[in-house]
Design a protein around this ligand. Structure first.
Ligand SMILES: [Zn+2]
Length: 70
């Protein structure tokens, strides 16, 4: 089972694509599981939600401010 997520590095602002090589069946773990991902942009670890691709403590997650840069 492979899943790809896209997250934005909070340090460099670079969009980083990460692929999980996950052997667990779908729905085996908790829905909100943050996993450490080695960021190729800043070479440090970010905690990323394996389901939504959202970063832990993401600055843009506050209600009221939803900057959409699509
Ligand atoms: Zn980073």
């Amino acid at each position: 089972m492979q899943r790809q997520i896209l997250f934005r590095c909070p340090r460099t602002g670079t969009n980083v694509q990460h692929r999980f090589d996950d052997e667990r069946p779908e729905g085996a773990g908790p829905a909100d599981s943050y996993v450490p991902v080695r960021c190729p942009a800043c070479m440090s670890l970010h905690f990323v939600n394996s389901t939504t691709g959202r970063l832990l403590n993401e600055p843009g997650a506050q209600p009221g401010s939803t900057p959409r840069s699509a």
